[in-house]
Design a protein around this ligand. Structure first.
Ligand SMILES: [Zn+2]
Length: 119
């Protein structure tokens, strides 16, 4: 049994020379059973700025269920004229991106890593 992931939203804050950003800190393990806990706070709504940064430093396990949610949230953010970027990631997240051949590009304005949609 995997430990449920904890998701914490940091209120939108101004970043230098840019726009409001919501930072979402996620820790723990994300698999099919727990992925909804990640998906819910990433659904569009007034709690999220158009730009969302994910701090995934504390992720100890993530499989493709988690990655699927990140890609979906990334697509939605792009439609809303924002982006979803990874500000920090654990070795486990980095490894998942390598294994699934999901590329990242650095956002010039804020320095986060945006997922390149393979679809
Ligand atoms: Zn960014």
């Amino acid at each position: 049994m995997l430990a449920l992931p904890l998701v914490r939203l940091v209120a939108p804050e101004a970043v230098p020379r840019s726009r409001a950003v919501t930072t979402v800190v996620v820790t723990g393990e994300i698999d099919l059973a727990s992925a909804e806990r990640l998906a819910l706070p990433l659904r569009p709504g007034p709690h999220l700025a158009p730009v969302v940064h994910l701090d995934l430093r504390g992720i100890t396990f993530m499989d493709v269920s988690g990655l699927r949610i990140l890609l979906l949230a990334s697509r939605r953010a792009a439609v809303a004229n924002g982006h979803l970027g990874l500000s920090r990631m654990s070795p486990q997240v980095r490894r998942l991106l390598q294994l699934t051949h999901v590329q990242t590009v650095r956002e010039p304005d804020c320095g986060c890593l945006r997922l390149v949609d393979p679809a």
